[in-house]
Design a protein around this ligand. Structure first.
Ligand code: NDP
Length: 398
């Protein structure tokens, strides 16, 4: 059906490469490129498929990307490098006529923002070029938006309250490690809390609002309201929402480490001089922390991520709905060599590209996932390793 170019060979890139290789009827040709080519070669070797071509690229450099795209001529690029590279890759897509998909919104290097405005500004250019850009197609953002679109399409006349609940009840056996790129992860969880209520954004101190929530097959876990980027597009696309929040579980150990990291200045994202060399503390910290892509081997337990929604059903009655997936870290590791957080991100990225190549999610412009038909995506989630479950009209706790 089409040729895919994956950019990024971290934990998520590893999973995407495995999953596209498992679907040869859709992904007829596969290229995997990243800053460090040896990492791409190692992934291709682990998959054991001679269908994966590897290459090197610095995705901060548009000219290098254009050269890469012209060499391989992909139909779609799956960007699973870092959010800093979103705009350069989108620029190269426009220059070469390539479609685009990512799992995280563009981030300026010097400011943690988690906003879509820079990428939404590409709408007209992608439309004019007849190219599709699919934004935020991991799990959250990603499946969280697809779940919401599915609820809106099939069950609700009006959705009023949306709570996205993200629990990682896994244990990797390390004193402190992040489950995806440490720099992005620490930027995300140390920022101020923010949620949407009655047409306004409400700001909180980091981790100010918290309570234990029950997760299926896991039990109660302390959960914290943090800001997460999909809230921005979801409240725009579903204007009946009176409130939208994002909850994430954190262990006490994790929060203590995080507080120390912040207090001693290691979470800083501005450059400082050290021995005559300019370094960014959080980038240095990343270099000494465990590599999230290598946490898989001893990781036990599971993740549980879902949407809890209250509103009015199609018949006009009050209704609650909870849709979720639980993913085992160990099962993810056995299949791909990566842990559950990389797995739950990489599988939806592959499915999004599949939706595009099958012509199901193809519309010129820049779109968040909830703007496409959720049904074929939901069907693939069940087939590709992330089955979902629904609970109707029970107390949602939130
Ligand atoms: P990693 O840090 O493990 O991997 C990032 C990869 O990108 C590395 O291979 C790195 O290369 C490569 N890279 C970085 N800079 C460049 C560059 N300038 N040019 C080319 N390649 C580059 O991150 P993860 O795999 O954990 O995460 C990947 C993405 O997925 C991130 O954007 C993250 O925010 C997103 N994510 C989304 C989630 C969701 O649910 N939506 C959840 C988790 C993650 P090198 O090895 O040389 O450093």
């Amino acid at each position: 059906m089409g040729k895919v170019l994956i950019i990024g060979a971290g934990g998520v890139g590893t999973v995407v490469a495995h999953k596209v290789a498992q679907n040869p009827d859709v992904f007829t040709e596969i290229v995997l490129a990243s800053r460090t080519k040896s990492k791409c070669d190692a992934i291709a070797k682990a998959i054991g498929s001679d269908r994966i071509i590897t290459d090197q690229v610095d995705a901060d450099n548009v000219n290098e990307l254009i050269k890469l795209f012209n060499t391989h001529k992909p139909d779609i690029v799956i960007n699973v490098a870092l959010p800093y590279q979103d705009l350069t890759i989108m620029d190269a897509c426009l220059a070469c006529g390539v479609n685009y998909l990512d799992t995280a919104n563009y981030e300026p290097l010097d400011e943690a923002k988690f906003e879509y405005k820079w990428q939404w500004a590409y709408q007209e250019r992608f439309k004019k070029a007849g190219l599709t850009a699919i934004l935020g197609c991991g799990f959250d953002p990603g499946v969280s938006g697809v779940y919401t679109a599915y609820a809106a399409k099939h069950y609700f006349k009006e959705m009023h309250y949306l709570d996205i609940v993200d629990c990682n009840a896994g244990d990797h056996g390390k004193a402190f490690a992040t489950n995806f790129n440490p720099e992005i992860n620490i930027r995300e969880v140390t920022q101020k809390g923010k949620y949407y209520e009655n047409g306004k954004w409400i700001y909180t101190e980091p981790h100010e609002i918290h309570k234990p929530l029950n997760y299926p097959n896991i039990g109660p876990k302390e959960s914290y309201v943090i800001y997460h980027e999909e809230l921005e597009s979801l409240v725009k696309n579903y204007p009946t929402l009176k409130r939208a929040r994002f909850w994430m579980t954190f262990g006490q150990e994790y929060l203590t480490h995080l507080r120390v990291i912040q207090n001693i200045g290691m979470a800083r994202i501005d450059p400082i001089m050290y021995n005559g060399v300019e370094i960014v503390p959080i980038q240095f910290l990343k270099a000494v922390l465990p590599n999230p892509g290598e946490l898989g081997e001893n990781y036990v337990g599971e993740t549980s991520i879902g949407c809890r929604i209250k509103g009015i059903d199609k018949e006009g009655k009050e209704m609650t709905y909870y849709v979720y997936n639980n993913c085992s870290h160990h099962a993810a590791y056995l299949e791909t060599g990566a842990q559950g957080v990389s797995y739950t991100t990489g599988v939806p990225a592959m499915i999004g590209a599949m939706m595009f190549l099958k012509g199901l999610w193809k519309k010129p412009g820049v779109y968040n996932v909830e703007e496409f038909d959720p049904d074929p995506f939901m069907e693939q989630l069940n087939k590709q390793g992330l089955p979902w479950h629904e609970i109707f009209n029970e107390d949602l706790e939130v």
